[in-house]
Structures are given as structure tokens and as C-alpha cells.
Design a protein around this ligand. Structure first.
Ligand code: NG6
Ligand code: CA
Length: 529
């Protein structure tokens, strides 16, 4: 039987077809591979960058840093999957200067206006100045802020019923959804792209920090209206039963609900991620916890057993978990560098009766460091500091000295920008866990007084003033003589070595003087010796 000629031909044709299909699919495959490599290349050269910034969270407030009385599993996941810094610093012991430092890469003590601001203060970042979002924008990033601002708005008198500017949008943020100052300061409204969100034009807002509006109740005169009692300060306008700092009238429909703030900001942060997942983005997500007034959502009330301060830390931890889940769901977690830190150290009673002291138990928000918020002692500025980048950062613990002010030069390096500031140090390898050589020197600030950390040593120059802020019950680090501590051997700053180690003192004073550019009388005396 001879084979059928047609069938032979058909086989031949089939072979050819298969070959063509194979070659084509190989080419397609290669093309796919090529695109994947380019994408991967782009992914590592331009990762999304998220800064998660807590407000008044202490070094010891997270279980990753040793807290045993409170559990923060979501923050711990970042810490255990990334670099957990044991010597990470904010520039300052209060909010406004630290926020100035982290965003501009400039020491806040260089700007006399970088002090805790009222809600009516003008913007303290110059629109000409370098900022992280501005630098990243030049590198093709889209930039956003969600949460606490507290760097001033406008140029003088603000009309809250018109677009408020300059503000975050004028210093580099494409998108902004903020609270102007703090949760305890008026105006108690959210501001979106400069406009008060949900404002009824028939109910205009007025804000004044000097005098009340006629007929408006205050915390001081109307204690019967209060759901939360004030301890010191915080006795002006009442919003949601909470007395605030400053006076405010109108804007009823726009007023925030304190207990919903965490969910509200989370929604905005999640939306931001979803809307920008296809472009490299920078998100500065500034949570309000655990700053006063501490107002956990009812879901979290009583969950910590430590009163509202513990409850809002758990709430913040949950929020962070939800936020990370969003990055995961959108499949961009592996292409996102997350920096987690806090603007300053912890405080218990910061002006309201909220059981923070009474229900603390054996929890130590400072993690055993001395002082707290407002203090030149270490707990004022030595804060939780974590970097996380799934698949890129190898988990480790780093003792390197790093400061939030270093983000500017470091992120510039990461994003291939040559923009830098003099005060910021380029430490991207340290932040990514590839090097453990951090800064040598860092000038720390509290209430516009400064100290020096150099290696393991801390120098606090002599200052006049009360050594303790009795209202918040925190030692400020103020003394009329030099203080010199070695953090390595004396983490609690209990032993002042200034008298016993004059050599080190002299060296530290010289470094401090050089960095600060000023000479105190006492320093001159030292030089004469
Ligand atoms: C203080 C407030 C304090 C807090 C702080 C700012 C009083 C008596 N105390 O002036 O409650 O709001 O300012 O905190 O008003 S920060 O974290 O934003 O710097
Ligand atoms: Ca703060």
C-alpha cells in the first residue's frame, strides 16, 4: 500500500505550521521576558516610597522594640521583615520641627519658626525650598500626603472659606488630604487640596487663637458640655464634646468625627495607592495616633487594657496592617519601600484626663530611655525607625545612627536625583540594610535648645530653665552644667560623665560648636583651660 500523497503533503504542511507557531510563540515569549526585565528594572530603580509617620509614639511603644504589655503585630511585621533601627532619630522632640526636618532635609533649629504651631500659623517651608516630594516629582514620581500637616498654611491671615494656600500642594505634593495642625487644635476639619472638605458655604468657618466668638461655649466656661476633661491648656472651643486649643465658629458640616479619623485617613491612603499603583508614587502618610485627644474608634475601646492611649496604638497598628494589605492586594508591596517612624517621643498626660498615666501598668513607652516628648534627653527624639521593602531588604537589626533628616539625600540617591541638602546624609545603603555605617554626628533639638549625639555619646550644653515640665511630668534635660552621657554603657542617661571625662567633653563641645556655628560663654571658658 502506497501512502496517500495528500496525507504526506498534509503532514508537511502541519510541520511547517507547527514550526511557524513555535517560532512565533518563542518570539512572543522573548518579548514578554524583555518587557518583564524592563519592568523589573524600572521597579527597582523607581520603587514607590511610603513614609508612615506616627505622632508621639515612643521607642518602647511597639512590641518589636521590646514592649511586652502591648502587642503591635502589623508594625512588628515591618520590623521583623525589614531593618529595625535601634538608633533611629527624629530631629526634634516635638511635631512641627520634626516634620520640617523630615520633609526638607534641613535642621529645624535653622528656622526660628519651626516650633509647635497654632492652627492659624503661616506655612514655614519656603515654596522655593527643596523637599522630598519636590525632588521625587522631578524624578517622575506622583506625590501625596494624607494625615497630619502641622507646618502652617497660607502667608498670614487665612480665610478658611477660600482655597488655603500655600500649603502642601505648593511645596511638592500633587495630592493632599490633611488636618491643618493637630487633633487638639482648631480648625477641626479636613482640608483637601487646600479646600475645607465638606464645607457648607452658608456656614463659613472662622478661627482665632486669641479670642472667642460671642456666645460660643468653651471648655473653661462650659464643663457640663464636655465628654473629655482638660487637664492643662485645651479649654477653648468644644468640638464633639472635646475642648480644643483655639476658637472656632461655623463649619458644622465639615467638622471631623474624632473617632472616625483613623478610618477616614486610611480610606484616603488606600484610595491614593489604588489610584496611583501604575506610576511610581511617594505617599507621606501621617497618622494622628497616639497624640491627644486620644479617641479610638469604638471597635478599639478597651482593647489594650491601658485606656485610650494604648487603644489608639492598637488602632494605628490595625490601620497599618490594612494599608499594607492594600499594597499587597494591588500587587505592589514588593515594589514599595516603607519607612515607619514617629515624629517625637512619648508623653502620657499631654493635657487631657484620659487615664494614660493611671492605666499604664508596667508598660514603658520610652523603652527605658530618659525623658520623653519635649525633652533633650534621649526619649524625646530617639524613636521607632523601621525600613521595609519586601524582597529587597534582608531582615536585620541595625545599630547605625540614622535620622529622619537623612531621608532626603538617601531617597534622592535611590531615585537617581542629584538634589541634596547639607544637613541630610546619604545613607541609602544603611536604610536598605546593606551597610551599618550610619552618621557620626547628629544635632538634636527640643524647644529650640539643642544637644549633640556623636557616636555613642550625648552632650547636652547648659541651659537656663525648669528641668521638669511639671504639667506633663517629663524631665527636659535642662541643667546649668554640661551633661555628657555614654548611651552604650548608660542607655538611661543616669551618669553624667562631664566632670570625670574632660577630654571627651572638650571634644564633644568642639564638635557641637562647629555644627551649631555658635559659641557659648561656657565653651569659651573651657577653651581657656
Ligand atoms: C502643646 C500642647 C500639647 C500638644 C503639643 C503639640 C498644651 C498645654 N499642650 O502646646 O497638648 O498639642 O503642643 O504636640 O496646649 S505635637 O506633637 O504636635 O508637637
Ligand atoms: Ca508629635
Amino acid at each position: 500500500m502506497t501512502s496517500h500523497p495528500i496525507s504526506k503533503n498534509t503532514f508537511f504542511k502541519l510541520d511547517l505550521l507547527l514550526l511557524i507557531v513555535f517560532t512565533f510563540s518563542c518570539k512572543e515569549e522573548n518579548k514578554k521576558k524583555e518587557t518583564a526585565t524592563t519592568e523589573a528594572k524600572e521597579a527597582t530603580s523607581k520603587p514607590n516610597i511610603v513614609v508612615i509617620y506616627l505622632d508621639d509614639l515612643g521607642y518602647g511603644d511597639i512590641s518589636a522594640n521590646g514592649a511586652t504589655e502591648i502587642s503591635t503585630p502589623n508594625i512588628d511585621k515591618l520590623a521583623h521583615g525589614g531593618v529595625r533601627f535601634t538608633n533611629g532619630y527624629a530631629t526634634s522632640a516635638t511635631c512641627t520641627p520634626s516634620r520640617y526636618g523630615i520633609l526638607t532635609g534641613v535642621y529645624p533649629w535653622r528656622n526660628k519658626d519651626a516650633q509647635i504651631l497654632p492652627g492659624t500659623a503661616p506655612l514655614i517651608i519656603s515654596t522655593e525650598q527643596t523637599t522630598i516630594p519636590k525632588m521625587l516629582k522631578q524624578q517622575g514620581y506622583t506625590t501625596g500626603i494624607v494625615g497630619k500637616w502641622h507646618l502652617g498654611l497660607g502667608t498670614g491671615h487665612v480665610n478658611w472659606n477660600e482655597r488655603v494656600s500655600p500649603g502642601p500642594n505648593e511645596v511638592g505634593f500633587d495630592y493632599s488630604y490633611i488636618m491643618a495642625a493637630t487633633q487638639d487644635r482648631v480648625p477641626t476639619v479636613y482640608i483637601k487640596g487646600g479646600h475645607v472638605d465638606g464645607l457648607d458655604p452658608n456656614d463659613p468657618i472662622e478661627v482665632d487663637y486669641a479670642k472667642n466668638y460671642e456666645g460660643q461655649p468653651t471648655g473653661k466656661d462650659n464643663p457640663e458640655l464636655l465628654k473629655m476633661k482638660w487637664h492643662h491648656g485645651h479649654n477653648n472651643s468644644i468640638v464633639n464634646g472635646i475642648p480644643r486649643i483655639g476658637f472656632m465658629k461655623g463649619g458644622e458640616a465639615a467638622k471631623w468625627k474624632d473617632v472616625d479619623m483613623a478610618d477616614h485617613f486610611l480610606e484616603k491612603a488606600k484610595d491614593y495607592v489604588k489610584n496611583h499603583k501604575k506610576e511610581p508614587f511617594f505617599l507621606y502618610y501621617a497618622l494622628q495616633q497616639p497624640h491627644v485627644p486620644r479617641t479610638p474608634h469604638p471597635r478599639f475601646v478597651g482593647t489594650s487594657g491601658m485606656g485610650p492611649r494604648g487603644d489608639v496604638i492598637l488602632e494605628a497598628d490595625w490601620v497599618i496592617g490594612e494599608f499594607i494589605k492594600t499594597l499587597e492586594d494591588e500587587k505592589i508591596l514588593e515594589n514599595t519601600l516603607i519607612v515607619f517612624t514617629s515624629d517625637n517621643g512619648p508623653v502620657l498626660n499631654d493635657g487631657y484626663f484620659d487615664d494614660a498615666e493611671e492605666k499604664l501598668g508596667s508598660h514603658t513607652p520610652t523603652g527605658g530611655l530618659r525623658g520623653g516628648k519635649y525633652s533633650l534627653f534621649d526619649a524625646g527624639t530617639h524613636v521607632p525607625f523601621i525600613t521595609y521593602w519586601k524582597g529587597t531588604i534582608t531582615p536585620s537589626v541595625s545599630d547605625a545612627l540614622v535620622c529622619q533628616i537623612d531621608l532626603l539625600n538617601s531617597l534622592a540617591k535611590l531615585a537617581d536625583s542629584d538634589i541634596t541638602t547639607d544637613d541630610s546624609e546619604e545613607l541609602i545603603d544603611v536604610l536598605l540594610g546593606k551597610s551599618k555605617i550610619g552618621r557620626t554626628n547628629l544635632v538634636l533639638e527640643a524647644g529650640q535648645k539643642t544637644a549633640l549625639r556623636s557616636g555613642d555619646w550625648i552632650l547636652i550644653p547648659p541651659y537656663k530653665g525648669n528641668p521638669i515640665n511639671t504639667q506633663v511630668n517629663i524631665e527636659l534635660g535642662i541643667a546649668d552644667t554640661y551633661q555628657l552621657y555614654n548611651l552604650k554603657t548608660d542607655r538611661k542617661q543616669e551618669t553624667n560623665l562631664a566632670a570625670s571625662n574632660p577630654e571627651k567633653l572638650k571634644e564633644m563641645v568642639a564638635t557641637y560648636e562647629e555644627l551649631r556655628g555658635e559659641t557659648t560663654v561656657e565653651i569659651k571658658e573651657l577653651e581657656l583651660k
